[in-house]
Design a binder for this molecule. Structure first.
Ligand code: GLN
Length: 273
């Protein structure tokens, strides 16, 4: 059977758990309709990125990843991929930090962000490597009521969903080493349509038992957010790629298919108009 839809999904392979994502993607796509042909590739340069319809930014170390991306001249193409072309992008753990418009507790000298999600993330929220844990999460978007075991390794949380009309910098607290991503304009009306609905959707929170209750957390109130979606971007604090459960990969691939189909249809209509 000739495939009706060919989709290239990249995994940023500069550092971190990229091969684990590739394995789960390959497993997840076996339960998707057979008329879609997926190619999964490792992305290390701008040429490979340009071939992708969608991208995963894995967990690892966001500071290192942003530094290597900058050195490989991939940082600006990544920002364009997410914010100008608005292609579907999923960041896990360090990947979610890179997709945040703001991150605090950054290393001395700060770090570069890609942005795309109007949130502020708090790096290393749970402490060091030794404070890593796994916990069952309730993720209603998966639709089957079954808990999903999330692995949290030096994980961030979403501290704030940034109010849409307030410039991110106005909320930044300089004592907290907060950095922001640069803003960019979508390429055209097709790209812009992928930001709609534009608001940040909270897709997952930590169970109450895992809630840390420092004064800071009490003040923030929302320190439990661990999965968010906004337009073309999706972020998870935890690492679905480190387990065997393919449900989130499958759910995300289905979203990618929907978005790519819609985009190609809109482009086709534009050509014949
Ligand atoms: N703490 C790491 C960072 O700030 C993220 C850890 C991870 O991806 N497991 O980049």
């Amino acid at each position: 059977m000739t495939p009706e839809l060919e989709i290239v999904v990249g995994v940023l392979a500069l550092q971190g758990a990229f091969s684990e994502h590739l394995q789960l993607l390959k497993q997840a796509c076996t339960s998707l309709p057979k008329n879609i042909s997926f190619t999964f590739i490792e992305v290390r340069d701008a040429k490979a990125l340009a071939a992708c319809d969608a991208l995963i930014i894995p967990g690892g170390e966001s500071t290192t990843m942003s530094l290597v991306a900058e050195r490989s001249k991939l940082l600006e193409p990544l920002r364009e991929f997410v914010k100008v072309y608005r292609k579907p992008t999923w960041g896990t753990c360090a990947g979610m930090i890179l997709l945040a418009e703001e991150a605090n507790r950054t290393k001395k000298g700060g770090q570069e962000l890609i942005g795309g999600l109007d949130v502020r993330v708090r790096r290393n929220h749970f402490g060091s490597q030794t404070e890593s844990f796994s916990t069952p999460l309730t993720l209603p978007f998966l639709g089957d009521g079954e808990p999903f075991y999330g692995f949290f390794i030096r994980a961030p949380v979403v501290e704030y969903v940034l109010p849409p009309t307030t410039p991110a910098s106005a909320l930044a607290n300089n004592n907290d080493k907060t950095v922001s991503a640069p803003s960019m304009t979508p390429l055209d009306e097709i790209a812009a349509s992928f930001t709609s609905p534009d608001e940040v959707k909270v897709l997952g929170r930590l169970p109450q038992s895992k809630l840390t209750t420092t004064d800071e957390d009490k003040r923030l109130g929302e320190g439990r957010i661990v999965a968010v979606e906004q337009g073309n971007c999706f972020g998870t604090s935890f690492h679905p790629e480190l387990g065997r459960d393919v449900r989130i990969h499958k759910w995300w691939l289905e979203k990618v298919v929907e978005k790519v189909e819609l985009k190609r249809r809109m482009e086709h209509e534009r050509v014949i108009r």
